[in-house]
Write a protein that binds this ligand. Structure first.
Ligand SMILES: *Cc1c(COP(=O)(O)O)cnc(C)c1O
Length: 370
């Protein structure tokens, strides 16, 4: 039984859920990294281990999204992302697990090794991948694909928003907060003062903020923005918090109704750098330090930037003796054996450039010609 349903049994009937991952994800103390940055109360939430096939934060969302797909008797799901999207890949992998086909609608992004891996794996699990040059083309392309699939499979595909941040998807992270509370009660970690997490389509942070408040924890979430401001800011985050809160208390009237304002969001804007998926020196330094100290692999688009913020603020607040939790949202399951035989030429033409052009300079796979 999910921790959220244990607390609000009426929700179990209303919100279909398919178990995909392995929960609770472990909590672990980061002794060596903590020592480096002056904290002896630093912990990590290992959502990178959330699924056996593929981990990361999207698994929790997909358990509810694919539950909804079943409820709607969908046979296909269609979703969006940038070319290296972890969300689109997680959707493709787990949709296949439950017998659904998936369609990924992609926009371009800076090149990196993980973009190549994710594209090959998407193709390996049979997702239909489409590349679009800009918003104009993806909009019309989406209408076209929806109609085309309506005719080829008899129904419209279920549309999943970017990042899986629909109300249903976000409930996965409301549940995660109740899961954390049970781990605190079981003595796995002290009640955190702060949780640092990357802020993309905002679903992860929104679910945690709402869930922690409903669960009665004093923990504050520090969302570190890693996408352009037009996708993530205090106004939109407060709006999303109130929307999901309204949705949940509408499903179960005993779920508390709060009123969130911009002041409840606490977004950090200074770690984004110049663009989405463009690695920053501070972000990559954080990635290297985590790997050296703890052997945990992060990446430069999301988790490196979030950890860079945690490191800087923890160093600055030395002596405050706060309990700090880093929420690892990145997948750490190695699927490279599955893609070793996949040739990128089987991908649509628009994706070939990710295999023919250099990755960006701070990427570990970067090699200079001379
Ligand atoms: C999608 C993703 C995020 C962002 O989560 P949101 O819920 O979209 O804010 C963070 N980290 C990783 C590794 C991701 O793939």
């Amino acid at each position: 039984m999910l921790p959220l349903f244990r607390n609000y049994p009426a929700l179990k009937e209303k919100l279909p859920h398919v178990p995909l991952g392995k929960f609770p994800t472990p909590v672990q103390k980061l002794e060596r990294l903590g020592e480096k940055i002056g904290s002896d109360r630093l912990f990590i939430k290992r959502d990178d281990l959330s699924g056996e096939l593929y981990g990361g934060n999207k698994v929790r969302k997909l358990e509810f999204i694919l539950g909804q797909a079943r409820e709607e008797r969908a046979v296909e799901v269609l979703t969006f992302g940038f070319a290296g999207s972890n969300h689109a890949l997680a959707t493709a992998i787990y949709a296949k697990e439950v017998g659904l086909r998936s369609i990924s609608m992609f926009l371009s992004q800076p090149n990196a090794e993980y973009v190549r891996r994710n594209l090959l794996m998407g193709s390996r699990v049979g997702a239909e991948l489409h590349y679009y040059r800009n918003m104009f083309f993806i909009f019309w392309g989406t209408l076209f694909e929806l109609v085309k699939h309506r005719f080829s499979s008899g129904r419209f595909p279920m549309v999943v928003p970017p990042g899986g941040s629909s109300s249903r998807g976000i409930i996965g992270f409301v549940n995660a907060a109740f899961e954390l509370k049970e781990q605190v009660e079981a003595g796995k970690l002290p009640e955190p003062d702060l949780i640092y997490v990357a802020l993309g389509t905002m679903g992860t942070a929104v679910g945690l903020v709402l869930g922690l408040k409903a669960a009665g924890l004093k923990t504050r979430v520090i969302p570190v923005r890693v996408v352009d401001r037009k996708y993530a800011d205090a106004r939109n985050m407060a709006r999303l918090l109130n929307k999901v809160n309204g949705y949940l208390s509408g499903q179960d009237h005993s779920f508390p109704r709060f009123k969130f304002s911009e002041a409840d969001t606490g977004i950090r804007h200074d770690y984004f750098g110049d663009d989405y998926a463009l690695f920053t020196p501070a972000g990559m330094e954080a990635v290297v330090l985590m790997e050296e100290c703890e052997g945990i692999k992060l990446e430069g688009t999301y988790t490196g930037k979030a950890l860079a913020c945690l490191m800087e603020e923890t160093r600055k607040n030395r002596g405050r003796d706060q309990v700090i939790l880093f929420w690892n949202t990145y997948n750490s399951r190695d699927y490279s054996p599955l893609i070793s035989g996949v040739d990128y030429h089987c991908l649509p033409r628009g994706f070939h450039r990710y295999f023919e052009e250099e990755v960006q300079p701070l990427d570990p796979g970067y090699k200079k010609d001379i």
